[in-house]
Design a protein around this ligand. Structure first.
Ligand code: PEP
Ligand code: MG
Length: 567
C-alpha cells in the first residue's frame, strides 16, 4: 500500500493507465529562414490558443466556470508579449523554434517555481503546460490524451497539469494518483471539482504502478492499493458503493436548513485550511466556517506571512462567506504542526509544550500582526477570533488585551474593522473543560476541539497506534467532559460549537443534540450527511438515548448502544 495526500474524497477502483509524457526531445539546429521559423512558432501559438479555448468551453460545462478560468492563464502565457519577443529574438539570432520556445518557457518556469508565494509557484505548472503544448505541435507529437480513456481508468501521472485535467472524461476516470501536488495545487482543486477520488504526492507512483495493474484509490484517507487481495477488493467495493449511494441520497438535503427532528435550528459549518477550501465548503452547502486553521497559511509560506498577506487571505474567505459566520483560529503552531522557519526547539513532549497560544503570547508583536490582519478583514464579513489550546483565564484575558491594543492601532491608522468582533476559545484541554464556567463568563463562544481533548483527557497521543484503543470519543470520561462544557456554555448564553472530527461522527450526533450543541463544524464532504443525521433525531429521542448512554461504564458499551440506535 502507498500513502499520499488525500486530495479528493471517495473510493476509485480500476485499471491503471500510466500517462507518460510524449518524447518531446529535439536536436537544436539553425533554420534556413528565420521568417519561416517565426511563422511556424506563430502557427503553433494560434493552434494552442484555439485548442485551449475549446477546452475552456468543455470545462465550463463539466467543472464550472471557476475551474475553467484556470485555463485562461494558459492563453495568457501563450500570448504573453514578453515571451513572444524573447522567442522571436532567439529565432532571429539563429535558434530553431523548438529551442527558442524551450528556453523562453524554461526561464519563466524557473522564475515562478522559485517564488515564495505559493500561488505564483503554482503558475509554474501552467508555464510547463504551455511549453509542452507548443513543443508538441512544433514536433508533430500528441500530448497524453485523457479524453479517450476506457471506462474505470485510474490515471497515474507524474503531475496532473490543468490542461490534462480539462480533457478528463469524468465518467471514465475512476481515480487519480500523482507524484506531486498538495491539497492546494490545481490538480487537487480540479479533482475535487470533478469529484474524482485523488491521492497526490505518491512517490514514484509512475514507476511502481504499471499500466494494467488493478488499483484501489481511497481518496478520503490518501491510500493506494496496487493489485489488491480479493478481500481488499470486496471491502473497498462495498465502501465505494456505500459512498456513491449515500452521496446521491444526500442531495435531498442541499439548500435545506439544518434542523433537528423537532425543527430546532443548529448551525452546520465547515472546517477549512486555506482560502480555496472555502469554495469547496460553499459548494457543499456550508452555513459558514467554524474553523479556519490559520496555521496552514504559515506552513505554506517560507517566512512569516506579513499583515497584508494574512489580511488578503482572511478577507478572501470573508467575502466568499458573505455574511455567514467565519471563525478563524489564531496560529496553532507546535505539537504535530511544525513550521520550519520559526526554528522552535525540539521538545521531549511537544504536545504538552511550547505551542499555540503559549507561543503566541510569548511573541506578542508577531501575534499582533495576525490579530491586526484579522481585525482588518472583519470589516468584510462576520469574522470571529478563536484561541487554541487555552488552559486558563489569564490566556484569554491577555489575548483580549492584545486585541484591544490592535484596535487602538487601527483607530490611529484610520482603518475600519468590526468593533464588536467576538473572541472565543477552543475547549480542547481538560483544564479548559474544568473551568468552562469561568471561561464562558469571559468568552463570546466555545468550540470544542475533540481531536486534542480526547488525547489529553485519555493521556493517549492522537497519533500513537499502540494507545489508539484509548483514544476514543465514546470513553465515559470524554463524554462527561463534553456534557459539562456544553452545559456551562449554554448556561452562560454563549454559542457552543464543536470543530473536532467527532462533530461529524454519525453515532455521536444524537448525544451532541441532547447535550445542546449549537454548532457542528465538519469537513466539507461531511456537511450534507451531518445535516441528514441531525434531522433524524428529535430532542426527546436524543435525550432518551443519551440518558441511557451516560449511565454506561465503558467505551465499548457506549459504542454498542449508539450503533444499535443509529438510524
Ligand atoms: C481539535 O483539536 O479538535 C482541533 C479541531 O484542532 P486540530 O485538529 O487542528 O488540533
Ligand atoms: Mg487542536
Amino acid at each position: 500500500m502507498y500513502e499520499g495526500v488525500n486530495a479528493s474524497d471517495g473510493i476509485g477502483i480500476g485499471v491503471a493507465r500510466v500517462a507518460v509524457e510524449p518524447d518531446l526531445s529535439f536536436t537544436p539546429h539553425k533554420p534556413d529562414d528565420a521568417g519561416d521559423e517565426k511563422q511556424r512558432y506563430a502557427a503553433a501559438v494560434a493552434k494552442f490558443i484555439e485548442q485551449t479555448n475549446a477546452q475552456i468551453e468543455r470545462m465550463t460545462q463539466t467543472v464550472g466556470e471557476e475551474a475553467a478560468a484556470i485555463m485562461g492563464a494558459h492563453i495568457e502565457f501563450a500570448e504573453d508579449e514578453g515571451i513572444q519577443e524573447m522567442v522571436n529574438g532567439s529565432i532571429d539570432s539563429g535558434m530553431c523554434a523548438e529551442q527558442a520556445v524551450s528556453e523562453a518557457y524554461d526561464m519563466y518556469y524557473n522564475m515562478f517555481s522559485n517564488m515564495e508565494d505559493e500561488l505564483f509557484r503554482e503558475r509554474a505548472a501552467d508555464v510547463a503546460d504551455v511549453k509542452t503544448g507548443l513543443l508538441a505541435d512544433l514536433l508533430g507529437k500528441e500530448v497524453v490524451d485523457l479524453s479517450t480513456l476506457p471506462e474505470n481508468s485510474v490515471v497515474v501521472v507524474h503531475e496532473l497539469t490543468p490542461s490534462m485535467t480539462a480533457d478528463i472524461d469524468k465518467d471514465n476516470v475512476a481515480a487519480i494518483v500523482t507524484e506531486t501536488g498538495g491539497r492546494t495545487s490545481h490538480s487537487a482543486i480540479i479533482a475535487r471539482a470533478l469529484e474524482i477520488p485523488a491521492v497526490l504526492s505518491v512517490a514514484d507512483c509512475t514507476k511502481n504502478i504499471k499500466g494494467g495493474d488493478m488499483v484501489i484509490v481511497d481518496g478520503s484517507r490518501g491510500r493506494v492499493l496496487v493489485n489488491p487481495a480479493d478481500s481488499d477488493l470486496t471491502h473497498y467495493r462495498a465502501k465505494a458503493k456505500q459512498f456513491a449511494e449515500e452521496k446521491q441520497a444526500l442531495e435531498a438535503y442541499r439548500g435545506k436548513p439544518t434542523v433537528t427532528g423537532d425543527g430546532d435550528k443548529v448551525l452546520l459549518v465547515a472546517n477549512i485550511g486555506n482560502p480555496d477550501d472555502a469554495n469547496v465548503a460553499a459548494e457543499h452547502d456550508c452555513e459558514g466556517v467554524g474553523l479556519f486553521r490559520s496555521e496552514f497559511l504559515f506552513m505554506d509560506a517560507k517566512e512569516l506571512p506579513t499583515e497584508d498577506e494574512q489580511f488578503t487571505a482572511y478577507q478572501k474567505v470573508a467575502l466568499r462567506m458573505k455574511n455567514q459566520p467565519l471563525i478563524i483560529r489564531t496560529l496553532d503552531v507546535g505539537g504535530d504542526k511544525e513550521i520550519p522557519y520559526m526554528n522552535l526547539q525540539k521538545e521531549e513532549n511537544p504536545f504538552m509544550g511550547y505551542r499555540a497560544v503559549r507561543y503566541c503570547l510569548n511573541n506578542p508583536e508577531q501575534y499582533k500582526v495576525q490579530l491586526t490582519a484579522l481585525l482588518r478583514a472583519s470589516a468584510f464579513g462576520d469574522i470571529k477570533i478563536m484561541v487554541p489550546l487555552v488552559t486558563n483565564l489569564d490566556e484569554i484575558r491577555q489575548v483580549k488585551a492584545l486585541v484591544e491594543e490592535c484596535k487602538a492601532d487601527l483607530d490611529a491608522r484610520g482603518v475600519s474593522y468590526n468593533k464588536d468582533i467576538e473572541v472565543g476559545t477552543m475547549i480542547e484541554t481538560p483544564a479548559a473543560s474544568l473551568i468552562a464556567d469561568d471561561l464562558a463568563a469571559e468568552c463570546d463562544f466555545f468550540s470544542i476541539g475533540t481531536n486534542d481533548l480526547i488525547g489529553y483527557t485519555m493521556c493517549a497521543d492522537r497519533g500513537n497506534d499502540k494507545v489508539a484503543y484509548l483514544y476514543d470519543v465514546y470513553q465515559p470520561a470524554v463524554l462527561r467532559s463534553l456534557k459539562r462544557i456544553i452545559e456551562e456554555g449554554n448556561k452562560a448564553g454563549i454559542m457552543v460549537g464543536m470543530c473536532g472530527e467527532a462533530a461529524a461522527d454519525p453515532l455521536l450526533i444524537p448525544v451532541l443534540i441532547s447535550f445542546g450543541l449549537g454548532e457542528f463544524s465538519v469537513s466539507a464532504p461531511s456537511i450534507l450527511r451531518t445535516r441528514r443525521i441531525i434531522s433524524e433525531w428529535t430532542k426527546a429521542e436524543a435525550d432518551a438515548l443519551t440518558e441511557k448512554v451516560m449511565k454506561l461504564k465503558t467505551a465499548a458499551e457506549v459504542k454498542a448502544m449508539l450503533q444499535a440506535a443509529a438510524r
